[in-house]
Design a protein. Structure first.
Length: 373
């Protein structure tokens, strides 16, 4: 993997009932999500990256080596240019929002000062007006943390982490303490961070929903080992991956908005000749969107259905069949004209037997639901 800020992690750690043994390269752009069952080591990896946990090995960001035990080299946490946001980030209760953000800025001001540039000049991503706008917290500056909602508090905590102008942002379940409504409120801000800041983010989460929406790169951890790592869209479409054992197995498709059908409340999205109808979005024509298709919402037929209420029926090649106890997960590839879009379909073992499906044959995928994210 190339990229000037690639994150390198070789970590070994032994606890009484747990061992961590990983060798990972994460891209220096976008969001890398660490997912896996409880206790598999996600937080331990994040804390080791921050220097808060003393695993053995090597940790680097681009050319900077933060830890290399072979050379007895260890950069302490406070000297690593990182922001760290956890589930319930503690803000200083005696300071208002402005005071909290200024506290976050202090370290970066010192650094800039020591490099000879004037603190507070320019409008980099750590500048207060930029942060206030990015996280929608300008109206909260005079408020004390105990008067903020959970979602507002987390947005301030993220802004405070960014105020120190980190070169890597670590987020450990940043939305886990929020209810569904607060999560929905904060997710667009996280998307903006991703889109507008050139800052790699390593993101720990239990929620595949969140990950499918935000991440570009996925690392699946299991009992302290890397089960798989790679581009999110590719990994999710592999039927054998462990998250696909769950009822919400899905693929994520990247597309752009092609047309709006105001009369029927629909939007058409597409890429490379493939198109799908989804519930209407306000996004402008040409906007990049992500859509999620659940495997349980996809069925297959040998013949193109003649009259059907399903709006999205696309020709597809059956690539592989993954057998589960009572169901089968089919990996489909939309036909060549529709290059690049994989699909998963979960069907019953009975349907698989009745149709005698074989890899390589051409089918029609009927997609009952597509959700824009
Ligand atoms: N301070 C500690 N002392 C001893 N064992 C620990 C300590 N912290 C974590 N562990 C153990 O190390 C393992 C990995 O923990 P870690 O918190 O990294 O997992 P996780 O994947 O982040 O879990 P979760 O999703 O539940 O937060 C677990 O078995 C945990 O019980």
């Amino acid at each position: 993997m190339t990229g000037s800020h690639t994150i390198g992690l070789q970590l070994h750690l032994q606890r009484q009932d747990f061992s961590l043994d990983i060798d990972l390269q994460l891209p220096g752009r976008g969001v890398s999500a660490l997912v896996g069952p409880s206790g598999c080591g996600k937080t331990t990896v994040l804390r080791s990256l921050a220097g808060l946990e003393r695993a053995q090995g090597r940790v680097s960001l681009g050319d900077e080596v933060w830890q290399d035990d072979a050379r007895r080299h260890f950069v302490p946490t406070w000297q690593r240019p990182i922001g760290y946001v956890i589930q319930e980030s503690a803000l200083f209760p005696h300071l208002d929002v402005r005071g909290n953000l200024e506290y976050g800025r202090r370290r970066s001001s010192k650094d800039r000062h020591s490099q000879g540039s004037k603190a507070g000049s320019g409008a980099g991503p750590g500048e207060l007006p930029v942060l206030l706008e990015l996280l929608g917290i300008g109206h909260l500056l005079a408020r004390r943390p105990d008067t903020l909602s959970g979602g507002e508090r987390q947005r301030v905590a993220i802004a405070r982490a960014l105020a120190a102008e980190p070169r890597l942002l670590l987020m450990d379940e940043p939305l886990a303490a929020l209810d569904a409504a607060r999560k929905a409120e904060i997710l667009p801000y996280l998307e903006r961070l991703q889109a507008e800041l050139d800052l790699p983010i390593v993101y720990v989460s239990h929620s595949m929903d969140e990950v499918a929406r935000l991440a570009n790169h996925l690392v699946l951890l299991r009992a302290g080992r890397v089960e798989a790592a790679g581009p999110l869209l590719e990994l999710l479409a592999r039927p054998e991956m462990s998250p696909n054992r769950l009822d919400d197995a899905s693929v994520v498709l990247e597309a752009e908005v092609l047309a709006h059908d105001e009369q029927h409340g629909l939007t058409q999205i597409g890429r490379a000749g493939a198109t799908l109808w989804v519930g209407q979005t306000r996004q402008a024509l040409g906007s990049a969107v992500r859509a999620r298709v659940l495997a349980r919402d996809v069925s297959v037929a040998r013949q193109a259905p003649l009259e059907t209420s399903i709006l999205n029926v696309l020709p597809a090649r059956l690539e592989s069949i993954y057998l589960e106890p009572h169901t089968a997960l089919l990996r489909l590839q939309l036909n060549q004209a529709h290059a690049g879009w994989p699909l998963l379909a979960r069907i019953t073992r009975r349907s698989l037997a009745t149709l005698a499906l074989q890899p390589g044959e051409y089918l029609h995928a009927q997609i009952k639901g597509v959700a824009l994210m």
